[in-house]
Design a protein around this ligand. Structure first.
Ligand SMILES: [Zn+2]
Length: 252
């Protein structure tokens, strides 16, 4: 008995969602990176780091693409970038500023930080700060300028990191378009995972330039956010001790 293939029931070719790297190569670099993110099911909000999905050499390609689109934006603002010598290189400058400086925490991997065991078994409240914060709001891409204080209660199993490394991790998280509440949570998650303290407290006080430059033009509005975890959540005395040690702008 011959086995006749049932031609009518041949399965539909499945939709090609994910392309091969060769096919991707023909696309603009931002689409290429986006394809990889979607294929991996990864979120790519403004404050997410996407360094794992940007291949070698693609950062300069991204810079060129941003420059081109920034130029188009200037043209849409009806700015004569040809005869206006002030704006001739603005598109290039802004692209470089976004990719290499103010949003670098989105495109570059986490700075290397060595953790070492808590050999001295330190278990006293440690405060790191103020760490200068330079960020931008996700809503308007306006600067956010402020300070962060970190309180840690290590235990004998905690990993310690060098003091300057707190500032580097903080900068990596802040140099993305951010929302202050989310930024402090991201910083807390990163530190919790690395240091594994009994308690972790973060306070961020920042000026949002979208409040000065536009909108209500309120010139005296700093926003304060905090995250308290572990011992700082349970122990009101520890929390008070930490907060009392912060030289706050509002107290000046
Ligand atoms: Zn804003």
């Amino acid at each position: 008995m011959s086995h006749k293939p049932d031609l009518k029931k041949r399965p539909e070719p499945s939709p090609r969602i994910f392309r091969s790297e060769e096919e991707l190569a023909a696309l603009p670099v931002s689409e290429r990176v986006r394809y990889r993110l979607v294929a991996a099911g990864r979120r790519f909000h403004a404050n997410d780091n996407i360094a794992d999905f940007v291949r070698e050499g693609e950062l300069s390609e991204l810079k060129a693409e941003v420059q081109q689109k920034m130029q188009a934006l200037l043209e849409s603002l009806v700015i004569d970038t040809e005869s206006d010598h002030n704006t001739q290189d603005t598109a290039k400058r802004v692209a470089k500023m976004y990719l290499d400086e103010v949003f670098r925490g989105r495109f570059h991997p986490v700075p290397s930080v060595t953790e070492f065991p808590n050999a001295e078994r330190l278990n006293e409240l440690m405060i790191v700060g103020p760490i200068t914060v330079r960020s931008a709001c996700s809503h308007h891409l306006c600067p956010i300028f402020g300070k962060v204080w970190i309180g840690l209660l290590p235990n004998e199993h905690s990993n310690l990191i060098g003091l300057s490394k707190y500032a580097r991790i903080c900068d990596w998280i802040m140099s993305r378009p951010q929302i202050q509440e989310e930024a402090v949570t991201m910083l807390a998650n990163e530190l919790q995972e690395r240091v594994q303290p009994d308690g972790l407290a973060i306070v961020m006080e920042a000026d949002h330039f979208c409040m000065h430059w536009r909108g209500v033009k309120d010139t005296d509005s700093a926003m304060v956010n905090s995250v308290m975890r572990g011992a700082f959540l349970k122990d009101a005395n520890l929390r008070r001790e930490f907060l009392a040690l912060l030289p706050r702008k509002t107290a000046a």
